[in-house]
Design a protein around this ligand. Structure first.
Ligand code: NAP
Length: 252
């Protein structure tokens, strides 16, 4: 798969995302938390979706304390939320916001690290549901709001193991391959019929709970922090990436 390196050292001007409404999934921790705070620092109103209320509230408080636009909290467990709840969410957002400029699909489960032959079907299904199906349902539900934006950006989070298979990475790797395929199809379908761009982004090894759990023997500080990789997250949500679609980005 041909990948694109993010513009190195990209920095958005202060207030560059002002007026944009951006929804981030998995906004309570790790990369999603950093992205939500970064978007808010650049003027966006962020919609914080996640499954752990206390984590979302902490991010909300930090954004408010920084004097940024008041965020919104969407408590939702993507592993169990029924399809109707995505439609209800879209209705609730439409009552509050007249458009959605950005959708960062970031929430994911790592699942089991085991040979495919030993993998549990229940755990396989949960990973595929959170990492693939939920992205599909959420995007479909939010499409009318995305269509209302002057331009909108959908970013799907990939991984190195979603671009080249690796033994023992199981459902997680398969879910990231599916994410790349979904990105390519959606980007093509929207390219000439909408003002919505769709790209994937591999953050690469980043010091988060997921990375520490996947690589317990690694020194966590050998990896960049989520804050260190925010340049490409900003680029893809800003108007500097207008016209960029169907691309598979690497954060560095
Ligand atoms: P993380 O620290 O584990 O954060 C994942 C976030 O997703 C958490 O906020 C988590 O919520 C949320 N989440 C998980 N299951 C959910 C569910 N069922 N419903 C709602 N939210 C759910 O992981 P991360 O490292 O920041 O990963 C962010 C993205 O980058 C993922 O897509 C991951 O696959 C990708 N990625 C990461 C790395 C890396 O080195 N870190 C490398 C390649 C790709 P809770 O906090 O409540 O559990």
């Amino acid at each position: 798969m041909k990948t694109v390196r993010a513009p190195q050292g990209y920095q958005a001007k202060p207030g560059y995302l002002a007026g944009k409404n951006i929804l981030v999934t998995g906004a309570g921790d790790g990369i999603g938390r950093a992205a939500a705070k970064t978007y808010a620092d650049h003027g966006a109103t962020v919609l914080l979706l996640g499954r752990t209320a206390s984590k979302l509230e902490a991010v909300y408080d930090e954004i408010e304390a920084a004097g940024n636009a008041k965020p919104a909290i969407i408590e939702m467990d993507l592993s169990s939320a029924p399809p109707q709840s995505y439609l209800n969410l879209a209705d609730a957002l439409a009552a509050e916001f007249d458009h959605l400029d950005g959708l960062l699909h970031n929430a994911a489960l790592l699942g089991e690290r085991t040979p495919l032959n030993n993998a549990s079907y229940d755990k396989w299904q949960e990973v595929m549901h959170v990492n693939v199906n939920a992205q599909f349902i959420l995007t479909q539900a939010l499409m009318p709001l995305l269509q209302q934006a002057p331009s909108a950006s959908i970013v799907l989070t990939s991984s190195g193991v979603g671009r080249e298979g690796r033994a023992y990475w199981g459902a997680y790797a398969v879910s990231k391959f599916a994410t790349e395929g979904y990105m390519q199809i959606l980007a093509q379908e929207l390219e000439n019929t909408s003002r919505i761009r769709v790209n994937s982004l591999n953050p690469k090894g980043t010091n988060t709970a997921m990375r520490r759990s996947a690589y317990p023997a690694e020194n966590p500080s050998n990896n960049p922090s989520p804050d260190d990789i925010m340049g490409v997250y900003l680029f893809l949500m800003s108007d500097d990436s207008l016209g960029v679609t169907g691309q598979a980005f690497d954060a560095r």
